[in-house]
Design a binder for this molecule. Structure first.
Ligand code: KIV
Length: 277
């Protein structure tokens, strides 16, 4: 940590000392400050912003400007946790110059301390370039939602021998390119363990079992803010979907019946002023 802020050194030492790293997503000031108060080590402003906040059916429509807007809101609510900003679809593919410029915006305009990008060996050149500019990069392999159209859906990755070997090679290539940590998304727990044991940088799992160096979830998922089916890898720590709907229904009922606002929610005019009106 420097000035009390979680840094890449914290990540490295946590893995060396066998301390689990905690990470969650946030997309706005209020949620970021709540997550920070809970004592989280790092906050990802994920491009899951697209699904969770912007109502898209995938992360693909999310733009750099969307990301910067939300990263700025998050960094205003955080002083200890490391803030990692996701590089959205096509923001690190067109040219080295464009990729570097976009990574720079996430730190310079957004105020984040690191960026995350998806992919294995195919992104190591761009990782090297961004790291060489002094920007910490977090890798992301396994299920990479920006490639959902190529992968053919949101499903567990690396279950076959060739795919598993490719993920191990990708993790090693990312480490060699200079990432400070790697997100492993939706991979079998045995493969996540193997990758974690074969590289020196920490792995952060989501749907990757307990043998990673840390865990991340989408905060809205663990708070149970969605109705509908719960993904297998998510645990609900609250049921805010039902709690919020109930609270909002009570408000509607009380307004309709005139029981809100009650006297304690109202302001009185001073009697002497009132008498003159
Ligand atoms: O965008 C995101 O929230 C992510 C996490 C699920 C790792 O990439």
């Amino acid at each position: 940590m420097s000035n009390g802020r979680v840094t890449t050194t914290f990540f490295r030492e946590a893995k060396k000392d066998g301390r689990m790293i905690t990470m969650l997503t946030a997309y706005d000031y209020l949620m970021a400050s709540l997550v920070e108060k809970a004592g989280i080590d790092a906050i990802l402003v994920g491009d899951s912003l697209g699904n969770v906040v912007l109502g898209y059916s995938s992360t693909i429509p999310v733009t750099m400007d969307d990301m910067i807007h939300h990263i700025k809101a998050v960094t205003r609510g955080v002083s200890r946790a490391m803030v990692v900003g996701d590089m959205p679809f096509m923001s690190y593919h067109l040219s080295m110059e464009e990729s570097l410029k976009n990574a720079g915006r996430i730190l310079q305009e957004g105020g984040a301390q690191a960026v995350k990008l998806e992919g294995g060996r195919e992104v190591t050149d761009v990782v090297r370039k961004i790291v060489a500019a002094g920007i910490p990069v977090m890798g992301h392999i396994g299920l990479t939602p920006q490639s959902v159209n190529q992968i053919g859906g949101y499903k567990v990755q690396g279950k076959e021998e060739a795919a598993a070997k490719k993920l191990i090679a990708d993790a090693k290539a990312l480490e060699e390119a200079g990432v400070f940590a790697i997100v492993l998304e939706l991979v079998p727990l045995q493969l996540a363990r193997m990758i974690t044991e074969q590289i020196n940088v920490p792995t952060i799992g989501i749907g990757a079992g307990p043998y990673c160096s840390g865990q991340i979830l989408v905060t809205h998922d663990l708070l149970g803010m969605y109705g509908g089916n719960k993904p297998k890898f998510v645990k609900y720590y609250a049921n805010l979907n039902q709690d919020i709907i109930k609270a909002l229904q009570s408000y509607c009922e009380e307004v309709r019946h005139g029981s809100f606002p009650a006297p304690e929610h109202c302001f009185n005019m001073p009697e002497d002023v009132l008498s003159k009106l």
